[in-house]
Design a protein around this ligand. Structure first.
Ligand SMILES: Nc1ncnc2c1ncn2[C@@H]1O[C@H](COP(=O)(O)OP(=O)(O)OP(=O)(O)O)[C@@H](O)[C@H]1O
Length: 610
């Protein structure tokens, strides 16, 4: 009697320990499942002239399978290590699967009515065999863990968990069937309700993860934009409004995560409840079967241990499933963005071997911005910019002056017609090479948050090879040398974000020094002096005069008085060049647009200047 009680107690403790371990494992999985991808930065990118690649996912039906395959394809480089690990995993899982069976057998041997001496002998032989089996299992386990660890990426890690979690239930159910098909039938009652719940929960999780990513991206965008333009926000006194907008965004994200937490709790709670009901049913029917001698105490013990094993694995699987759904939700958005490729490649195409002459021609160009396809910017725009000349592009605001520069730099391609450089369509030319031949100085030049020296050196193909002498030379030509040297840190002065610690005129001259160092054959000056005071304008103008020598220049001008010396002036209106000629030629056209623009500007200057 004492012996029987002792064994019962041992068995109960063992079972309890196993179930406790199973519960711990499940909750550990639950708390670690956080979204892995943060898309806020990507969302902030604007894509111009982009199109989806051929790498398209098939429509709806196959889309999910496609995405799962794609997620797993990330593990492809590790496939050999992974295959080895799977083989070892099968061996070690097989050994693990044998454990409950052996415990069942040991219990049956202990409970068998044979003599004490015979039982001892049987137990010894059995345990000797099992030690051998366990050693094999331990070696396989060692190899598996090692191979999985050296593969070390997150997907592999998850894959390992899935494999482990799916081999155990499959083997476990097989063994349960072997021990008692009837009890197995009862245990498997859990499968249909859990599958249905998992299906809906998975769908919900996927959708909400995508929403969370999108909301986070929007909120980050608000924060980034407003913080980097804090002066404007201050000037308009909108600090509180912006703070409220950000808080609303963050609250929305929080609400979504609460919603997710609620669904997660409901799902895991329901699965847990279903699992417990099944365990209770198995206990009840198992006990009844035992009293009717349909099953031995050892077999019932083994059966319950298998059920506990499966519980642990299913816990891992559910957690993996929810992580995978979250991963799919996040990656769908990520892939949407990464699958987009620019129709204008970064590299590729002709690299002319002969030196650039600098003849530019716009031939019957038709252009519409991809993001605003109902507005035709250019229609049959033709313009010849001869090598070494200065061409001023003028026209009413919004007529497309800056767009001329964008087309030449190939930020966009015309929908019809062509832009040629020395007779070659720029579509055929390597874009990086092409941009290497063009220097730009704009009204609001962008400087980077580094030293003045580094900003100037940025003009060179390889900034690391630029010498101090070259930097000083460029700064002198750009009328920047003196003001830079007046700073305590001279050329090492940090210019702050977007060069905000420099004045407009200083920024402009640093940008000119950068363009001088680039030494391009073609120059685009986009309203380069329009925002400056008279003193700065004079210095910048002088620097630009030096910069323009020997280059083909397209200057986009606001102040028409500054372009008197241009070789030709092209007036853009209603999508094409409406007038072209020298300053005096255009002023001689009685009802000409240029003349009207000049007169209007003169009156404005007079009124403002008086
Ligand atoms: N990235 C863009 N996407 C959509 N539309 C754009 C884009 N850039 C400019 N536009 C539109 O194209 C038209 C021409 O713009 P562009 O900047 O070339 O004119 P502009 O003559 O230089 O104007 P301004 O003299 O006022 O600087 C404008 O109506 C403008 O709103």
């Amino acid at each position: 009697m004492f012996k029987a009680n002792h064994h019962d107690q041992f068995y109960r403790c063992l079972l309890f320990a196993l179930l406790k371990k199973c519960c711990k494992k499940i909750s550990k999985h639950e708390i670690t499942g956080q979204p892995v991808v943060h898309l806020s930065d990507l969302k902030n990118l604007t894509f111009t002239n982009v199109k989806a690649t051929n790498n398209k996912a098939p429509d709806n039906l196959k889309k999910k399978t496609y995405e799962i395959r794609r997620l797993f394809s990330l593990a492809k480089p590790e496939r050999w290590k992974l295959s080895g690990a799977v083989v070892l995993l099968i061996i070690s899982s097989g050994v693990s699967m044998a454990v409950p069976f052996c415990i069942g057998k040991v219990i049956d041997i202990i409970y068998s009515p044979s003599e004490q001496e015979k039982m001892k002998e049987k137990l010894t032989t059995f345990c000797q065999i099992m030690v051998g089996v366990f050693v094999v299992g331990a070696v396989a386990n060692f190899g598996r863990v090692y191979l999985m660890s050296v593969s070390g990426n997150r997907i592999i890690n998850r894959l390992r968990q899935t494999l482990f979690s799916s081999i155990m239930p499959t083997g476990g159910v097989g063994m349960m069937m072997y021990v008692s098909p009837k009890l197995t039938g009862i245990a498997l009652l859990i499968v249909p309700p859990v599958s249905i719940m998992a299906r809906y929960y998975g769908r919900f999780l996927r959708a909400i993860t995508k929403d969370v990513q999108d909301s986070l991206a929007n909120t980050t965008q608000i924060a980034e934009e407003k913080i980097s333009n804090i002066r404007t926000v201050r000037a308009f006194g909108h600090e509180t409004t912006e703070e409220d907008r950000y808080n609303t965004g963050i609250k929305h994200v929080l609400d979504l995560t609460y919603k997710e937490a609620l669904m997660r709790a409901m799902f895991f709670g329901s699965v847990g409840l279903a699992g417990n009901c099944v365990v209770l049913s198995v206990f009840y029917y198992g006990g009844t079967m035992m009293t009717e001698s349909q099953i031995s105490v050892g077999d019932l013990s083994a059966f319950l241990l298998y059920a506990a094993y499966i519980g642990v694995s299913l816990g891992g699987m559910t957690s993996f499933y929810s992580e995978m759904m979250k991963g799919l939700g996040a990656s769908t958005r990520l892939w949407e963005l990464t699958d987009r490729t620019s129709s204008i490649p970064v590299h590729g195409g002709l690299i002319p071997t002969s030196p650039v002459i600098g003849n530019i021609e716009f031939n019957d160009v038709r252009f519409i911005y991809p993001s605003r396809d109902d507005v035709v910017i250019f229609d049959k725009l033709s313009l010849l910019v001869p090598s070494g000349s200065i061409t001023a592009v003028v026209g009413p605001s919004g007529s497309g002056k800056s767009t001329v520069g964008s087309l030449l730099l190939r930020y966009y391609d015309p929908s019809q017609g062509s832009v040629t450089l020395d007779g070659e369509d720029i579509k055929k030319i390597d874009p990086t090479w092409l941009r290497g031949q063009i220097g730009t100085v704009s009204q609001e030049p962008v400087l980077f948050s580094c030293s003045v020296r580094d900003n100037i050196a940025y003009g060179s193909q390889d900034p690391t090879t630029v010498t101090d002498e070259e930097i000083y030379e460029a700064a002198k030509k750009a009328n920047a040398y003196h003001f830079i040297n007046s700073f305590p840190d001279k050329f090492n002065t940090l210019v702050g974000e977007r060069g905000q610690t420099l004045s407009g005129g200083q920024r402009q001259r640093v940008a000119i020094a950068r363009a001088i160092l680039k030494n391009p054959k073609i120059l685009i000056l986009d309203e380069a002096t329009s925002a400056l005071d008279a003193e700065s304008e004079y210095l910048v103008h002088e620097a630009l005069e030096r910069l323009m020598v020997g280059r083909t220049v397209i200057t986009i001008a606001h102040r028409l008085s500054t372009i008197k010396s241009a070789d030709q002036i092209a007036v853009i209106d209603h999508g094409h060049v409406s007038e072209i000629g020298s300053y005096s030629q255009l002023m001689d056209i009685p009802d000409g647009l240029f003349r009207k623009l000049v007169e209007r500007q003169t009156i404005t200057v007079d009124v403002n200047g008086s």
